[in-house]
Design a protein around this ligand. Structure first.
Ligand SMILES: O=C(CO)[C@H](O)[C@H](O)COP(=O)(O)O
Ligand SMILES: [Co+2]
Length: 215
């Protein structure tokens, strides 16, 4: 059964407590929280006050996906705001090894996300230190985009690398996930699925989450 991490980016922000409670009541495993700075990606989402508000009501771990340049300077702030898993982008970190150690030293799980054009091979020297690899199946910045099929191949590649190096990293995929793309990803070895618009635009989000869990 895959881990399912609904993306709060697609929730109704005027009713955020209601949507957080919906995820609490559902079979979802984590809350996926997308933080965008308008520099690393061409969009701005939300910051610490929103994370703290979610944390107040969430009964499941907060899976925080940072789409920000130089995340190192905010690692402690994200810990304080409630992050349990903190994922940074490979493309946004000059000293990735240092950033990963910093995240772990704060008591969080450390993840690294790869843009669609970034090769899995670049994780060769860091994979043993990672708790999570996030394969982006859209270009980061927006919910509701079309799935990039090459992500399925990347999941297979990263699973091979994880086995080869004896890493314990979980493989998560983010962007354009629905029942059909989700099925392909799980068959390729994905451990965790992020889903935003597919969950929140559905008539019955709790049922949609249950269907993703069944993949
Ligand atoms: O990181 C993200 C965007 O950069 C989101 O997590 C992702 O896009 C989820 O939305 P959807 O499931 O609608 O594609
Ligand atoms: Co995300």
């Amino acid at each position: 059964m895959p881990i399912v991490s609904p993306s709060v980016l697609s929730c109704d922000f005027a009713n955020i407590q209601r949507d957080v409670e919906m995820i609490n009541q559902s079979e979802a495993d984590w809350f996926h929280i997308d933080v965008m700075d308008g520099v690393f990606v061409p969009n701005i989402s939300f910051g610490f006050p929103v994370l703290e508000a979610i944390k107040k009501h969430a009964t499941k771990p907060m899976d925080v996906h940072l789409m920000i340049q130089n995340p190192d300077q905010y690692v402690s702030d994200f810990k304080r705001s409630g992050a349990d898993i903190l994922t940074v982008h490979y493309e946004a970190c000059t000293h990735l090894h240092r950033t990963v150690q910093h995240i772990k030293s704060e008591g969080m799980k450390a993840g690294v996300a790869l843009n669609p054009h970034t090769s899995i091979e670049l994780l060769d020297d860091i994979i043993e230190d990672l708790d999570l690899v996030l394969v982006m199946s859209v270009n980061p910045g927006f919910g509701g985009q079309k799935f990039i099929k090459n992500a399925v191949y990347k999941v297979e590649q990263v699973k091979n690398l994880i086995h080869k190096r004896g890493s314990k990293a979980v493989v998560e995929v983010d962007g354009g996930v629905n029942l059909s793309t989700g099925k392909e990803l799980v068959m390729a070895g994905a451990d965790a699925l992020v889903a935003g618009s597919f969950v929140f635009n559905s008539e019955d989000p709790v049922r949609t989450i249950a269907q993703l869990k069944e993949l």
